[in-house]
Design a protein around this ligand. Structure first.
Ligand SMILES: [Zn+2]
Length: 436
């Protein structure tokens, strides 16, 4: 086993660019303000982590500024700078198992659709991934799935032997660009009764453009189901997680009110809404209507600002709590000691920026059960498969093992115990985390 210390950071290549507010277009370069000068818009910076590395080492090229701002004009909260198309694609390819939904969610989504839009004869799922939701719908419904990720579409088509799934049309396309340009060969969306966007809108650089395109191309009485995480529920649902609501994969950070306002602007009227229990999901059913440029009201904006402040206060307490667990660990051992970290995802990058663990004299080894991360390095530290660590080291070693994951903590703890790791070596950062 080779334990190593964290290598120093180096400056990165830009995978990002400045953009106007996705809601009110404040800061639009063509209007008055230079695109590079976001400060002149008086946007309010809520959170900023400089030199944030997106997953494995890539000679410092995959370092970004993770900055969350509130628009100085309309209050909308978004990530700025935003990823360039290259940065965006890269980020999602490397996220691997860090990104996904729990098994069984697709059946709940399908049941919800059937309950709220009975008799819908066709469905288009945008950001369909491997097609779990479409496959959970009854066979009588004509089903289309679009995803930007070719690997997911390949997975989706893999079950072609299954007659039920073979009837689903899966399309690999970039829904934010090519697919919706009316002049391209691909132009136009399939003519469907219902369009679904489950946890997609918050990842898109220009959600308004997508919603407008859908509205322009859909049939008159089309229904749209949108689900996003919202700040209104962040304090309760994101719980103690130090990654939490303002994750690097989300580019727009909606509130219930701002989601409604954006839908209105794009010609979608919310007919019904639902807080999905067990995680931060706010689901609305909207129907095609005329465009209404009615912004978030001042009382709604005050409510959103209060929710944002409450959440940020809680987030800082969460970071302090994790720091306390780690400094207690460091105080209890004589450094330098070797430490194993389980988890090579975003959470470990947060530990690196927000806590002092990597500044200690300790040396580290990282393990992760995601094959996409195995064999890589993270700030110069090797990432291994759990099986690549000798059984003896799990069973008889004395190194502390830090679980660097919020949602995955219970499962990782279980795996460690199964490998014969003594309970006192396991450092869990969270008390009873919620499963997302
Ligand atoms: Zn704005």
């Amino acid at each position: 086993m080779k334990y190593r210390r964290l290598t120093p950071k180096s400056s990165g290549m830009a995978l990002q660019r400045d953009r106007p507010c996705p809601m009110c277009r404040n800061g639009q370069p063509s209007v008055t303000i230079p695109a590079s000068d976001s400060a002149s818009r008086h946007d309010n910076v809520l959170l900023c982590i400089e030199d944030f590395q997106c997953y494995e080492d890539l000679e410092g090229k995959n370092r970004v500024v993770h900055r969350i701002v509130a628009c100085g004009q309309c209050g909308f909260v978004y990530t700025n700078p935003c990823y360039t198309p290259e940065g965006f694609t890269w980020l999602f390819e490397k996220a691997g198992k860090s990104y996904g939904q729990s098994a069984g969610r697709c059946h709940e989504q399908a049941a919800w659709l059937l309950q709220h839009i009975p008799g819908s004869e066709s469905v288009l799922d945008i950001g369909c991934g491997a097609g779990a939701f479409l496959k959970a719908l009854p066979q009588g419904i004509t089903r289309y799935g679009i995803d930007i990720d070719a690997a997911s579409i390949n997975d989706a088509c893999y079950n072609d032997a299954d007659e039920h799934n073979a009837a689903i049309h899966f399309i690999n396309a970039d829904l934010t660009n090519t697919f919706f340009e009316p002049d391209t060969a691909q132009g136009g969306i399939p003519d469907v009764a219902t369009i679904t966007l489950f946890h997609v809108l918050e990842h898109i650089p220009d959600p308004q453009k997508t919603l407008l395109n859908l509205r322009a191309q859909c049939r008159d009485n089309a229904a749209l189901i949108v689900e996003v995480p919202v700040i209104d529920r962040a304090t309760t649902e994101q719980d103690q997680d130090i990654v939490g609501f303002y994750t690097i994969q989300h580019l727009s950070h909606f509130s219930k009110a701002s989601l409604h306002a954006m839908l209105r602007r794009c010609g979608w009227r919310v007919k019904f809404s639902d807080d999905i229990s067990g995680y931060n999901g706010y689901r609305v059913l909207a129907i095609a209507d005329s465009q209404q440029h009615q912004a978030v009201s001042s009382s709604e904006r005050q409510g959103d600002e209060a929710a944002t402040n409450d959440y940020l206060m809680q987030w800082r307490r969460n970071v302090a709590q994790v720091e306390t667990v780690l400094s207690t660990l460091l105080a209890s051992i004589v450094t330098p000691v070797d430490i194993i970290i389980w988890g090579a995802g975003q959470h470990t990058e947060y530990l690196c920026h927000l806590t002092g663990i990597f500044n200690s004299e300790c040396r580290f080894l990282i393990v992760d059960s995601d094959p996409l991360k195995q064999g890589t390095t993270l700030h110069g530290i090797a990432v291994l498969a759990p099986d690549a660590v000798p059984e003896k080291l799990w069973r008889d070693g004395t190194e502390p093992i830090i679980i660097s994951s919020y949602g995955g903590q219970p499962q990782i703890e279980q795996q460690l115990l199964q490998r014969g790791v003594a309970q006192q070596r396991i450092i869990s950062l969270y008390k009873q985390p919620n499963a997302y």
